[in-house]
Design a protein around this ligand. Sequence first.
Ligand SMILES: Nc1ncnc2c1ncn2[C@@H]1O[C@H](COP(=O)(O)OP(=O)(O)O)[C@@H](O)[C@H]1O
Ligand SMILES: [Mg+2]
Length: 260
Amino acid sequence: MSLLRMQGVWKSYRQGGAFSCRPALPVLRNAGLRIEAGECVALLGPTGSGKSTLGRILLGLEAPDTGTVLFNGQPMRGAGGRVAPALRRQVQAVFQDPHGATSPRFSAFEVVAEPLRYYGVTGAALRARVEELVVSVGLEVAELGRLAHRFSGGQLQRLCIARALALRPKLVLLDEAVSSLDVATQARVLALLGRLRAETGVAFLFITHDLRLVRGFAQRCLVMQDGQPLDVADPFTGGSALPALAALRDAILPARPRGM
Ligand SMILES: Nc1ncnc2c1ncn2[C@@H]1O[C@H](COP(=O)(O)OP(=O)(O)O)[C@@H](O)[C@H]1O
Ligand SMILES: [Mg+2]
């Protein structure tokens, strides 16, 4: 059984808002995918191709018009449309903007402690787990008292990664999680993610519009084409018939010839 399985998902948004008379435009069209335990899967596609919509549906944050999302064979959203509490902690997410994803009033400690507290962890056990997590993402325990928003973007994103891993999820969705970082920081955070996956056995769905980020990182690549994530064996050479993939390749500037 797959860790996560999405099948036959359709999703439309009404153009111009929920009360507009303009016709609804399908963003996802019969979309499906599988993620196995411990896998690192990249979901590529140009901006506006529906990657984040697919991610929100996988997380159970949004309902599909039709179709199913199963986590370990169980429906992600129950009869009342709510994510089953037992599933919620198993699937976590890290988004593009770490400042928007954390309270400006929280210390670094509070950012990482938040989900643990929610699940009733307190006292010495809470401190020990938070310290273990911040060390695992390459930050210093001595920095836990600092206001999180005083951290650099890369450091704050590390805190968000620590927070996402706090409850030992089986799957973490990373939606453009390194896209706003500078190139050197991107490389360091990607290396960190690779190490954390090896250590914890967590699976990643790595969503990005930047083809360069998946080289050597993802085990499997999917490309959003006409509202469906399609498997491509090698996004750098294969699948060239897919216009969405060609667009992603064109977006990478060619290396400048020597002497220019
Ligand atoms: N809540 C929403 N209401 C209306 N339209 C939306 C909403 N979310 C996404 N869309 C539209 O759906 C399309 C896909 O968006 P999105 O999933 O964010 O793509 P991506 O993450 O690939 O950039 C876009 O045209 C976007 O404008
Ligand atoms: Mg997006």
